[in-house]
Design a protein around this ligand. Structure first.
Ligand SMILES: C[S@@+](CC[C@H](N)C(=O)[O-])C[C@H]1O[C@@H](n2cnc3c(N)ncnc32)[C@H](O)[C@@H]1O
Length: 460
């Protein structure tokens, strides 16, 4: 692996940098695989290891994160499609430790993940916050926002709104958020080990452009953070201009208080100073993870307020919502319809979601229960992924082979259902989607755009 010599030169003198060890670890061809469990579905890592000749070890800075000693084919694992875990780079799981040390996560919070696709940090944040907290998971690029929505749907949570807005749109929400996470678009050098093609695209000029864009994004979003609120800024770049220099600029431009985290020395995370502010560097030659920079700051400055709110969205009447009781645990939810589509919004988040719907371009919120057609609900895939699904829902347990066929949207020739109508396709107890059993065939309702396109199981 030929790392850009200008990158190497630019890293000299940075805390923790060791040229030889850094180059060696890039050439060692020893990829690190890590996953994070979804506590809405399971907290037992044995689910992924038992009977699979894989062993798992804890990622030290995350309750839900595990290293796997090999990389299985996630595409061909029905448990992956059931949303029981997310495949995520280990260093980035440090977000959990950063928040546990700076925010009372038991409180009802409003959290913004500004640069959220494909959803690693957002699904993680969702696992850390209370059920009555609201996560706004935003992605500016429309196609990437759809991938983000799919991953949020798969995760199964109801307390998330997926938005497709430009950072400057958040100026409409002065002082609204308790926490803002900016996992900024960057030059990506921290991931060279996993994606050697990115090396070709790396240039000093791009580092500079990224640094300017990072500053613009931060300046745009800061008004939306409340006074006393916490800003987390991270990149997967090693470059000073995108890390310490951005922190220095933040500190010099805005009224932000330094926040220092307690580190376990065994973790080998390296502290780096920008004046009184501390950043945290993750070097792949010092720990089991990829390159990452993260810093936390607290807003001192007074923030504006969002002004008067006029309710607009109407919840379905009890009578109109009654048929939904057969599909999901309705207690604690209020139902809203956008056209024929019926969403379940967590009751305590109703006003916030209604307010946000008036300010932002929301592409998904709560849980999409399904479409009401002639007074009957056609259940949506999102409902199958959600813990709201009623325990009484009929389900058909599929073998691994059939579960993969189902996920490929193929026919389930050998599966023998015991009853007719809508039922969940399940694998090892976890729903993976819907099917409708008719007299002479089974209709596979796995969403076309999510289906596994590959024929063969290949390790990826
Ligand atoms: C590092 S990635 C985010 C990864 C994500 N947080 C995760 O954990 O899965 C940065 C994201 O910022 C988005 N982005 C690109 N340009 C942007 C801009 N000008 N403002 C805000 N976000 C931008 C990218 O599309 C990308 O999805």
């Amino acid at each position: 692996m030929q790392l850009p010599p200008t990158l190497i030169r630019s890293l000299e003198g940075l805390p923790g940098f060791d040229e030889k060890a850094f180059i060696d670890v890039h050439n060692a061809n020893a990829p690190v695989t890590s996953v994070r469990l979804n506590p809405l579905k399971t907290t037992h890592v044995q689910l992924l290891t038992e009977g699979r000749q894989i062993s798992a070890a804890k990622v030290p800075w995350s309750v839900y994160g595990y290293y796997l000693d090999q990389r299985p084919s996630f595409t061909f694992d029905p448990l992956f499609h059931a949303g029981t875990y997310y495949v995520q780079e280990a260093s980035s799981l440090f977000l959990e430790e950063a928040l546990r040390q700076t925010v009372d996560l038991k409180e009802d919070l409003k959290i913004l993940d500004l640069c959220a696709a494909p959803g690693g940090k957002s699904t993680h944040l969702q696992s850390l916050i209370a059920a009555n907290s609201l996560l706004v998971s935003n992605e500016v690029i429309r196609s990437r926002a759809s991938v983000l929505r799919d991953n949020i749907v798969k995760w199964g949570a109801s307390n998330v709104a997926v938005t497709n807005n430009d950072p400057k749109d958040f100026a409409r929400l002065p002082g609204f958020f308790d926490v803002v996470v900016v996992d900024a678009p960057c030059s990506g050098s921290g991931l060279f080990r996993r994606d050697s093609e990115a090396i070709e695209e790396w240039s000093e000029n791009n580092v500079m452009l990224c640094s300017q864009r990072q500053q613009r994004i931060l300046a745009d979003v800061l008004p939306a953070l409340k006074q006393g609120g916490v800003l987390v800024y991270s990149t997967c770049s090693y470059s000073r201009q995108e890390d310490e220099a951005v922190l220095q600029w933040l500190a010099g431009t805005f009224d932000l208080e330094p926040v220092t985290l307690q580190l376990n020395p065994a973790w080998n995370i390296i502290e780096t100073q920008s004046g009184p502010h501390t950043g945290y560097r993750f070097w792949p030659h010092l720990l089991k993870g990829e390159g990452l920079f993260m810093t936390v700051l607290r807003k001192n400055a007074a923030a504006g307020t969002t002004g008067k709110y006029r309710p607009k969205t109407k919840a379905l009447s009890a009578k109109a919502a009654a048929p939904l009781g057969q599909w999901l645990q309705a207690e604690g939810s209020r139902f809203v319809n956008f056209g024929d589509k019926i969403y379940a919004w967590p009751e305590p988040l109703f006003e916030w979601l209604d307010f946000l719907a008036q300010q932002l371009k929301i592409i998904y919120s709560g849980t999409l229960a399904g479409e009401m057609i002639r007074d009957k609900l056609i259940p949506d895939h999102a409902l199958a992924m959600s813990p709201l699904i009623t325990k009484d829902a009929a389900r058909l347990t599929l073998s691994e082979e059939d579960a993969i066929r189902y996920l490929q949207r193929k026919e389930l020739a050998d599966t023998v259902p015991v009853s007719r109508g809508w039922q969940l396709a399940a694998f090892r107890g976890f729903p993976i989607g819907w099917m409708n059993v008719l007299a002479n065939r089974i209709n596979n309702y796995y969403p076309k755009e999510l289906r596994i396109l590959k024929e063969q199981r290949l390790n990826q």
